[in-house]
Design a protein around this ligand. Structure first.
Ligand SMILES: NC(=O)c1ccc[n+]([C@@H]2O[C@H](COP(=O)([O-])OP(=O)(O)OC[C@H]3O[C@@H](n4cnc5c(N)ncnc54)[C@H](OP(=O)(O)O)[C@@H]3O)[C@@H](O)[C@H]2O)c1
Length: 444
């Protein structure tokens, strides 16, 4: 039996449905979905029961039709502790800060039979975290990290249902396995190729985890006064993530922090022996292209060697050049598609009646704290990351004092994520020890 024949997907968000349809496309695959019991997941399980576990993926753009399809999910588990049976592949489609919570709740006998864990939307250090947890349980499953989820998948009506809409599919993804090359890695690549995604296999899973643009741009875009006010305090006017001041937060000072934070993360990667990212090339080639008149190929290629002020200038030009989609068709008035009109989401009341922080910047807080923890462990100075986190935590505390009319979710608590950071650093320490031992070994 190959590991794709029995796949358990953990998570009840829209990505789980897209992944279920992809896996079930392989003849003979049995797929289950498991989620925690929560007010939000109640709607998910209800929708599944009403559709007899039949789910459907629609696509917004015909060029992504490879992602569309239907399937019947074989089993559902409401509560991770209720999972039973043999599941050889465990796909974690929950947020990266919940990986160990999910693993801890699975029955030991279920976990012991898992041979491969796939991290759909991990962050820097997630593969180390999961490996460290498995080793502590005496287990040795393969752990595979994607650079990010394959695209943009949503509930069409905004609430859990038996169908999802995949609105976009990424051009390229990076993927790495704790085993180097493996049959599971090849099959995951093949599955994504069918959707038109170019897959780049990297040697080390942490390298895939660092090929995620959010790591480099979200902290600066969200942990600034304009965005924090928009998230936690102001009700109007709407502010937009990617617009220039005053419509959004993008300003030379924000770009300065973005470039400085990229350098700090690059230094951590360097110390770990992981190749860094050319930030501008990553923005232009992997995210959204700009016109050659805006940023030349020469500037993209030499970006890492330019002085900071020139780098900041180019990143500012990049954001300014994408205020509109530079490749859209202009209307009769010469107006191009308003590409940057992505509103900054405000804190909201969740299904359980608590104030909750939206995914951005909630997930970015966890990710940035992990990077800060790893930097401390490795003795790498990260003054910009420290400033961004201090600003965010200050806003969290003020928001906690301002929103007293309802209970607050955990996202309002200033946290150190000490346990996850310690596990990640332990694993990084082992890898560095191995590398040093390899370097000391005589070559033949
Ligand atoms: N959807 C996309 O297009 C997209 C794009 C890029 C990246 N991603 C990333 O992919 C991941 C999954 O996204 P999604 O849109 O499918 O899901 P989602 O709506 O964000 O839901 C994530 C799932 O994680 C569960 N979860 C959260 N915290 C948990 C915890 N502490 N313990 C156990 N379970 C927990 C949620 O349960 P509850 O419902 O009970 O909270 C839910 O089942 C996220 O990290 C997301 O940022 C998604």
């Amino acid at each position: 039996m190959n590991d794709f024949e029995r796949v358990l997907i953990a998570g009840t968000g829209p990505t789980s449905l897209q992944l279920a349809v992809m896996v079930k496309d392989r003849p003979g695959s049995v797929v289950a979905i498991a989620g925690r019991k929560s007010v939000r997941s109640d709607g998910f399980f209800l929708a599944f029961r009403e559709s007899d576990r039949k789910v459907r993926v629609d696509v917004q753009n015909d060029k992504n039709r490879g992602a569309a399809g239907e399937c019947v999910v074989d089993e559902l588990f409401q509560g991770f502790e209720t999972v039973a049976g043999e599941w050889r592949m465990l796909v974690l489609a929950v947020t990266a800060d919940a990986y160990t919570h999910v693993l801890r709740q699975l029955d030991d006998r279920v976990l012991a039979r898992v041979r491969c864990v796939v991290l759909v939307s991990p962050t820097f250090g997630s593969n180390s975290l999961v490996r460290n947890f498995l080793t502590s349980q005496g287990l040795n499953a393969e752990v595979i990290s994607f650079s990010s989820y394959l695209g943009d998948t949503r509930w069409p009506e905004g609430v859990p249902a038996d169908r999802v809409l995949t609105a976009a599919v990424k051009k390229r993804l990076y993927i790495g396995s704790s085993r180097g090359q493996s049959a599971n890695l090849d099959l995951l690549c093949e599955m994504h190729h069918r959707l038109g995604v170019a897959m780049e296999v990297v040697d080390d899973p942490v390298e895939a985890e660092t090929r995620n643009i959010s790591l480099y741009v979200h902290p600066a875009l969200f942990m600034n006064d304009i965005a924090l006010n928009a998230v936690f305090f102001e009700t109007e006017p709407v502010k937009y993530v990617y617009k220039l001041v005053p419509e959004g937060p993008v300003a030379p000072s924000l770009v300065h922090e973005m470039v400085a934070q990229w350098k700090e993360l690059t230094e951590i990667c360097r110390q770990m022996g992981v190749p860094g990212v050319n930030l501008l090339r990553f923005m232009v080639d992997d995210s959204y292209p700009v016109r050659e008149e805006s940023i030349s190929r020469r500037d993209v290629e030499r970006f890492e060697r330019l002085p900071s002020i020139h780098q900041e200038y180019l990143v500012y030009v990049r954001y300014a050049s994408l205020l509109v989609d530079p490749f859209s068709e202009p209307d009769a008035d010469g107006r191009y598609f308003d590409f940057s009109a992505i509103p900054i989401r405000r804190v909201f009341v969740d299904g359980a009646g608590r104030w909750e922080v939206p995914r951005m910047p909630k997930e970015d807080y966890y990710r940035t704290k992990v990077i800060q923890g790893v930097a401390r462990h490795m003795g790498v100075a990260c003054p910009t990351i420290d400033t961004l986190i201090a600003r965010y935590e200050h806003a969290l505390e003020d928001a906690g004092r301002a929103h007293t009319d309802r209970p607050l979710s955990d996202a309002f608590v200033v946290r150190d994520f000490r346990e996850d950071v310690a596990m990640i650093c332990d694993e990084i320490g082992k890898a560095r020890g191995d590398r040093r031992a390899d370097m000391g070994r005589p070559t033949t």
